[in-house]
Design a protein around this ligand. Structure first.
Ligand code: HEC
Length: 110
């Protein structure tokens, strides 16, 4: 790579950095959208605003109940073929965000 090409690349990376940093900051400021995005991963199996199934619905679930069930899945106290693995993927602050968000969603009848 020529010297000019290298400098050009460096210059472009410097220009891009604030854009990327800005995107990351924006994400953390908008907590509700963040929580909605987190729970999208659940809607394929559970009934939520975007899905209907025979599994327990998550929308409208009281926050402390939701958190306790997720903690029980995480620790293995409650055994499930899939939820033990899924629950381990979320830390406490993510669980709290999802719990707050889900408890504010009106349950939709299937
Ligand atoms: C691949 C399908 C699948 C996905 C995806 C999934 N779940 Fe589940 N979930 C299940 C099944 C099956 C059960 C029932 C397990 C049992 O009773 O042992 C369950 C049970 C639960 C329960 C307990 C409900 C109750 O009333 O007892 C909670 C809470 C829960 N899931 C939360 C979530 C969250 C949050 C996500 C997304 C991060 C998620 N699940 C994604 C399949 C899934």
């Amino acid at each position: 790579m020529s010297d000019i090409e290298t400098k050009h690349l460096l210059f472009c990376s410097v220009l891009l950095l604030p854009v990327l940093a800005g995107a990351a900051t924006q994400e953390s400021v908008h907590a509700p959208a963040d929580a909605a995005a987190l729970t999208l991963a659940c809607s394929g199996c559970h009934g939520t605003q975007t899905g209907v199934s025979g599994l327990p619905r998550l929308d409208g679930m009281e926050a402390p109940v939701f958190i306790q069930r997720m903690i029980d899945f995480k620790s293995g106290k409650r055994v499930s073929s899939i939820m033990n693995r899924i629950a381990r993927g979320y830390d406490e602050s993510e669980l709290q965000k999802m719990a707050d968000y889900l408890s504010r969603q009106a349950p939709v009848s299937p």
